[in-house]
Ligand binder design. Structure first.
Ligand code: USQ
Length: 392
């Protein structure tokens, strides 16, 4: 299959490119290096320095013999994107080219406006490029479990059947996002559903939970091929942060009471899920939604697991509850379903102590790069955040 990956430089985009190329697919990646620039601007460099895309593609080709085509540019630039569709003629597109950080989206008006325009315009351009070149091309968009929020009823996979005054109808599941970033993911989902109904295109929306893991050491031929790994307050997801904090001897930063539950998955399962979605496209006109996670934990559960793994490595891991910079439920009901990807054949990797030992050891290898200044949250969910928070 010819697969185009938008956002192919990121934490998930680059590993997806390697994974699909080694499975024999023809892969092209597009990225505008937003994440690299933002990491410099926000003072939150990744754990490992990461070669640029042409260098990584060349290294990948030299070590494995597989080639990955690279185009550096902005998906919001429609003529640029359309030309790529005409040249590469993808059969599937994976859309990771969105601003992925909730704190970044809540920092100030500029970062909010960037998140809103980038995430919606990139999705709109993608839909138009598909419709203009080959409407059979399957769009796999990375969504988020965070669109649902934490309702006091079970979360279904994308849709909810509603009975009202003796009649029934199936709607998209109601959305209650908890950050502007999560809101843009609800909005792009609505837009994709709309164009599915209007133009009969094929969409899979993968509502993913927080991802963890590095996918290096043993699973990669060279650490320079590792994904961009952030452990800071802006781009780091919670378990990656806890692992880095444990490796640095810093207390694990639980926001608030720590009863916040989410659905988690190993980065290896992200790659498997994306491939399963691509290999099993929906019918034209169908907006298919999968809830993409493997198991649910509270933040407190995660911290305790990391402490247990740390103990096995001789680390004294402290856990600290700090004031929650976000507006979110800290104790709540959470029971999301996630059977779609399992029924397509997903074989999950679970969060065992062994997995955590491996992650902590990998991060310890680069311990000298860890910066404790990245651990405390700087962005609060307040409208005057930009004045209250200094990012340098
Ligand atoms: N949290 C802590 N301590 C920390 C960092 C986070 O307690 O040091 C808590 C947060 O308050 C939140 C939970 O951990 O309750 C998850 O936070 P996160 O930063 O790992 O995840 P989030 O901001 O929701 O976003 C991440 C990705 C995003 C993806 C989302 C899936 O950045 O791209 O869409 O996970 S989900 O969380 O299901 O919406």
């Amino acid at each position: 299959m010819r697969v185009l990956i938008l956002g192919g430089d990121g934490y998930l985009g680059w590993p997806t490119a390697m994974h699909l190329s080694q499975k024999g697919h023809e892969v092209a990646v597009v990225d505008n290096y937003f994440r690299r620039r933002a990491c410099v601007e926000m003072n939150c460099l990744p754990l490992l320095p990461v070669p640029d895309l042409p260098q990584r593609a060349e290294l990948w080709r030299a070590l494995t013999g597989y080639s990955i085509r690279v185009a550096v540019g902005d998906v919001c630039d429609y003529p640029f994107l359309l030309q790529i569709f005409k040249d590469f003629a993808p059969e599937g597109v994976v859309h990771y080219a969105e601003q992925p950080s909730a704190p970044y989206s809540m920092l100030n008006r500029e970062t909010a406006a960037f998140t809103l325009t980038n995430n919606l315009l990139s999705t709109l351009n993608l839909i138009h490029a598909v419709a203009e070149t080959d409407s059979a091309c399957h769009i796999v968009k990375l969504g988020t479990m965070g669109v649902y929020g934490t309702p006091n009823i079970d979360i279904e996979e994308g849709y909810l059947e509603v009975r009202h005054k003796g009649r029934k109808h199936t709607f998209l599941y109601p959305k209650t996002p908890g950050s502007l970033y999560h809101l843009t993911k609800s909005q792009d989902g609505d837009m994709l559903y709309f164009y599915c109904r209007m133009w009969d295109i094929r969409i899979t929306d993968l509502n993913q939970g927080p991802v963890y893991g590095l996918a290096i050491n043993g699973s990669l031929p060279d650490d320079r091929l590792a994904p961009i790994f952030n452990y800071d307050d802006i781009f780091g997801t919670v378990l990656n942060r806890f692992v880095a904090q444990a490796a640095a001897g810093y207390p694990l930063t639980i926001y608030g009471r720590g009863g916040q539950k989410r659905g988690y998955l190993n980065i290896k399962d992200t790659l498997a899920c994306v491939e399963l979605a691509l290999r099993n496209p929906p019918e034209p006109g169908h907006y298919r939604v999968f809830n993409q996670f493997v198991e649910t934990f509270s933040v407190r559960n995660l911290a305790e697991k990391v402490r247990e793994a740390g103990r096995e490595l001789g680390l004294e891991v402290q856990i600290k509850q700090i004031p929650n910079p976000r507006r979110e439920e800290e104790e709540h009901y959470y029971n999301p379903s996630h059977s779609g990807l399992l029924s397509l054949g997903l074989e999950p990797h679970y969060l065992t102590i062994g997995v955590l030992l491996e992650m902590i050891s990998m991060v310890q290898k680069y311990r000298d790069n860890l910066r404790p200044a990245y651990f405390l949250p700087r962005v609060r969910w307040q409208h005057n955040n930009c004045r209250a928070v200094s990012l340098n």
